[in-house]
Ligand binder design. Sequence first.
Ligand code: SF4
Length: 371
Amino acid sequence: MSTDPHGKTKLDPFGTTFIADYEKLYEEFGIQPFKPLLPQMPEPSAAMRRGVIFGHRDFERILQAVKNHEEYAVMSGIKPTGEFHLGTLQTAREVIYFQQHGAKAFYCIADVEAYEDNRIPFERSQKYAVGNVADLLALGFDPKKGFIYQQSKETRVKDLAILFGRGVTLATMKAIYGEHHMGLYLSALIQAGDILLPQTKEFGGPKPTVVPVGIDQDPHLRLTRDLAFKFRRKYKFISPSSTYHKLIKSLDGSPKMSKRDPMSYFTLEESPEVIAKKISNSFTGGRPTAEEQRRLGANPDVCPIYDLYLFHFFERDQDVAKLYNEECKGGKILCGENKQRLTKIVTDFVKEHQRKRRQNIDKAREILQID
Ligand code: SF4
């Protein structure tokens, strides 16, 4: 687990975050558990029902808006540093879920952060951005009910960042993010601009806004909520709400996928053959011999293959429960067999997704105004 020198969990959007115990985050960061809100959600998503979305800040405000059919927004995005992977797929599905449940949707291509954090020049991130937007459209995002933009081209977001610069000291930035070069602090202020953009006059003024993200992004939410409060008198900002999803395990069994190791994850653009190979080489929570596994069962809690089913590839909750309890813990399935079944599901999904993605490339170029 990543911790600071005092043993407190470190949530770092610019570094690596490993979480051993999600329960601890409720106490350490004042994040609220999502589960008690489930019965109030009219049609909870699979991620909500399965505890993949485990925490929130002020989500009651969104529930209220949904119940009263009031205007609200969803805002999230992607850092264009490569092709869609399983983490970005998770966030995209959450944005689309809220869009399909009445939210005005905002999706940001965080190219300033890609430059400041990952040194990706704008010319390169533009290429990724086109693919990323085509992925988003292929997954069901409706551009007519949403706004997709690049940070570097969106003046309103940059104007907000300039404004917010007066509301925060260097000491606060260091306390939230740790010691970094100025550009990263600037990109954090731009992210605050992204999160509050839906509440500006041009987009209809103050409104509840939910930001669905991985838990490692929480520092951006803390900064933005503080800025929304500081600038509330003039701009009437409503403090943004957030939901937090767990981080999917790496295929090597470590707690988070790493782009440094291409065998630890796969993207939606890779060939079915490569994906099949990566799944086949994946770590599992299996026993050393088939006989032991049948007799004692295996451990889904440490298994990335189980995570893949849980997060993305089993549609029905009863199939997830059956895999966890009967098949895996009950020793009814062996890891090789389980991997083969998953490979078929994943490669079928990826082939279909790639077909839809190709159909949406021109549309993505048009939205981003890139030739
Ligand atoms: S049986 Fe499946 S879920 Fe269980 S440890 Fe093996 S691969 Fe993982």
